[in-house]
Ligand binder design. Structure first.
Ligand SMILES: [Zn+2]
Length: 378
């Protein structure tokens, strides 16, 4: 059977700098694929699969996965490869490493990555996440001298990954992945003389970058300082004056462990501010694990002294309901229901403020899109 796969970018036979790979793929038997790129036979980057493709769905209406068949991810082709040939393959790890694509590219000249102002030396803040020993530099990456854990650098950014983890690079992302709330902006401003961790920063637009903020994410975006997908964090004890984290905790495999780790790396008296999902649809599939009630969030944040915990206006029920209607719309096959849902969406959007007001405080808590927590390390 012919493989239903198409690589749309890159085009041509030469690559340089940040290379976006995108296209669509409909796996057999309706299973979820695990796409990755291998360069010269070495696993180099994971590709995110599952974005909405109505164009593909209209060509393959009988394939239930065609509507979510889009994939994308970036590859960093460094200067060290200039002038060489690179064998690039796309494979599906969930399908016996089936090779879906393969081509040899010539590597062109690329400019050095743009840097930003930082008030800290990242290397000095870090330790081995497993044994907490200081790291040492060992070309081309870093290593833990005690337990020999290697730390790979990609475009100068250290990666602390799960065993066998393949990094996900979104270096070409241009839009802000989750805008800061006014509370978070206020916290960043108040801690200018200290050091703040943005835990799960996503892509931060250049004008919002601050020299005293360390940007950590599970995916490497343009301004990410370090990539970490491990439960144990690679920072020394008492490193930060504040930690902010927006729309991240629902994506953690063990939020209790992460809360304890954030406690450890905050200095005594340090501030933590985070928000997370409650009534929100699946997003970031398959890396979306635990939505939380307000009680659940308090339980997870139990190590901290609570300052306040509740719902912000961007977390009111209308926001969650609109997200839910938008999330199911691409999957509705009935014309009647598509029309009905579109009508509900339009009415709710137009009357969102009035709807949220009418629920009262208890009603809003029952169906909030998410909750926030602010606390202090005693
Ligand atoms: Zn170690």
């Amino acid at each position: 059977m012919r493989v239903k796969f198409n690589l749309e970018t890159p085009v041509g036979n030469s690559l340089q700098g940040i290379v976006r790979l995108s296209g669509w793929y409909i796996p057999e038997h309706g299973r979820r694929p695990e796409l990755y790129v291998a360069c010269n036979g070495k696993r180099e980057a994971a590709l995110e699969w599952g974005s909405i493709r109505p164009d593909v769905s209209s060509v393959y209406p009988a394939q239930s996965q065609s509507i979510i068949s889009g994939f994308q991810g970036d590859l960093w082709v460094g200067e060290h490869l200039q002038g060489q040939e690179l064998d690039v393959a796309v494979l599906d790890a969930a399908g016996q490493n089936r090779e879906l694509f393969r081509r040899t590219y010539v590597i062109g000249a690329s400019s050095a990555p743009v840097t930003r102002d930082r008030s800290f030396n990242l290397f000095d803040l870090l330790v081995c996440p497993e044994c907490r020993s200081p790291l040492s530099k060992q070309d081309p990456g870093w290593v833990c001298p005690r337990c020999a854990m290697p730390v790979h650098l990609r475009a100068g950014v250290p990666h602390f990954l799960h065993e066998l983890g393949t990094p996900c690079l979104h270096l070409s992302e241009q839009t802000s992945t989750h805008p800061y709330s006014s509370d978070v902006l206020d916290i960043l401003g108040r801690h200018r003389a200290g050091l703040v961790l943005d835990f799960g920063a996503g892509h931060t637009p250049r004008e919002l970058l601050r020299p005293h903020v360390v940007y950590l994410d599970a995916v490497q975006y343009q301004w990410t300082d370090l990539v970490c997908t491990r439960g144990r964090l690679p920072f020394r004890d008492h490193t930060f004056d504040a930690v902010v984290s927006q729309a991240v905790f629902e994506h953690l495999e063990d939020p209790h462990q992460t809360a304890r780790e954030l406690y450890r790396i905050l200095r005594p008296g340090g501030l933590i501010h985070l928000d997370t999902a409650f009534m929100q649809p699946l997003h970031g599939d398959p890396w979306h694990f635990f939505n939380m009630t307000q009680h659940g969030l308090r339980q997870v944040m139990a190590p901290f002294q609570e300052i306040r915990c509740g719902i912000k206006s961007y977390q009111y029920p209308s926001a969650g309901l609109l997200m839910q209607l938008e999330a199911i719309t691409p999957f509705i096959t009935s014309r009647k229901w598509r029309k009905t849902i579109a009508k509900w969406h339009k009415e709710l959007q137009a009357g969102a403020g009035e709807f949220d007001d009418s629920l009262g405080e208890f009603g809003r808590t029952t169906l909030a899109a998410g909750f926030y927590f602010e606390g202090r390390r005693p």
